[in-house]
Design a protein around this ligand. Structure first.
Ligand code: ZN
Length: 242
């Protein structure tokens, strides 16, 4: 029976929902993120906001939320020239993958997270990867996760469990999951403090949070929120007209 977990927390909607999932399930939860020269520091700032708001506003979870770890992965910036690390315009490549794809990124995240989990005596890794995302990153697929779980468990001679609570659900269902886990207070926290926009826009506030409103990440988040809000009979966060 597992009692502790390490959550890969980027500061976005998905990983924050995963953090809530882990806090509801495990007695001790630590978080890890990676600094690889993201174009926007706002994402790394968002995750600290998320942690501090949970500590302040969710007393049942605050006692479970343990250490935070930030690992430097600047080497990814040396390898990659994709849109996530340089100032490039988001577009789809001929191979069907967006130019935000950084080869091997998620494999490195999981490997380093497992190494950290080993040191911290944590056996469960929780990550917000999802096969239903538009992007279809191959390093976020279920088969990849299962292969990584096996490789990491064999390579470190320790049985790791990689949990992916969002793998088969869409963005609307992710909002719903957050509400089930933490009520409207968690929805409000995610809207206000998590960050998704590829352009790092923290100026324009929408019912679903901050963002440019036009990049693919904003579009996905906005559509998911609209579907979630429309399905809710009496939502305090329901947009007046959307
Ligand atoms: Zn955007």
């Amino acid at each position: 029976m597992h009692t502790s977990a390490l959550v890969l927390l980027s500061g976005g909607q998905d990983s924050t929902t995963c953090l809530a999932y882990a806090l509801a399930k495990y007695e001790r939860v630590e978080t890890v993120s990676f600094d690889y020269g993201q174009r926007h520091r706002v994402e790394l700032d968002a995750r600290l906001q998320v942690r501090s708001k949970i500590l302040r506003n969710f007393p049942a979870w605050a006692g479970r939320l343990g250490n935070d770890h930030l690992l430097n992965l600047a080497v990814l910036g040396e390898i990659s020239d994709g849109a996530m690390t340089r100032d490039m315009v988001f577009k789809m490549e001929a191979n069907g993958l967006p130019n935000t794809f950084v080869p091997g990124r998620n494999l490195m995240f999981l490997t380093l997270a497992a190494a950290l989990a080993y040191r911290r005596d944590l056996r469960v890794l929780v990550t917000g990867v999802c096969e239903t995302d538009f992007s279809g990153y191959p390093d976020c697929r279920d088969d990849t996760m299962k292969a990584m779980q096996l490789a990491l468990s064999l390579g470190m001679d320790r049985r790791f469990l990689i949990e992916t609570p969002l793998m088969w659900i869409d963005k609307a269902a992710t909002w719903s999951m957050a509400e089930v886990l933490g009520g409207v207070a968690l929805i409000d926290l995610i809207v206000e403090h998590t960050h998704t926009c590829y352009l790092g826009d923290r100026e324009h506030r929408h019912v679903w949070g901050y963002g440019c409103g036009t990049c693919p990440a904003c579009g996905l988040r906005a559509r998911g929120f609209a579907q979630y809000a429309a399905a809710r009979p009496q939502s305090p966060t329901k947009p007046a007209s959307a």
